[in-house]
Design a protein around this ligand. Structure first.
Ligand SMILES: [Zn+2]
Length: 111
């Protein structure tokens, strides 16, 4: 799934779980974040180490989602939680679009 699809999924997810438009915008903006391991992705093109990372590797896991959201805890615990939710939404969207192998929801990769 491309960044636009992840952002649409993130927008819908944000609109479902929160009434605050700012929180919805944060989830929408953070939705493509796990693809930071792909050198031509929305955020990955700003990651100089992306070409060394395996796409849909550790960034597409629960611990990877925590690690991606961890820098945002400096702003607030709410922002951290929103970015984490956006990353989990990304994993679900990848599984639904079947571009990401696995037997969701029975097999969620932890690491
Ligand atoms: Zn992905």
């Amino acid at each position: 799934m491309k960044a636009t699809g992840h952002m649409v999924f993130g927008f819908c997810l944000g609109a479902l779980i929160t009434a605050d438009p700012l929180y919805t915008i944060i989830i929408t903006a953070a939705s493509p974040l796990p693809d930071i391991d792909h050198p031509y992705s929305f955020y990955g093109k700003y990651n100089p180490a992306a070409c060394l990372m395996k796409h849909r590797g550790h960034c597409h896991s629960i611990i990877g989602s925590i690690m991606l959201a961890l820098p945002f805890i400096e702003f607030s615990i709410n922002i951290f939680a929103l970015v984490f939710i956006a990353c989990i939404g990304h994993l679900v969207a990848d599984r639904i679009s079947s571009s990401f192998p696995g037997k969701w929801p029975f097999k969620i990769k932890v690491w």
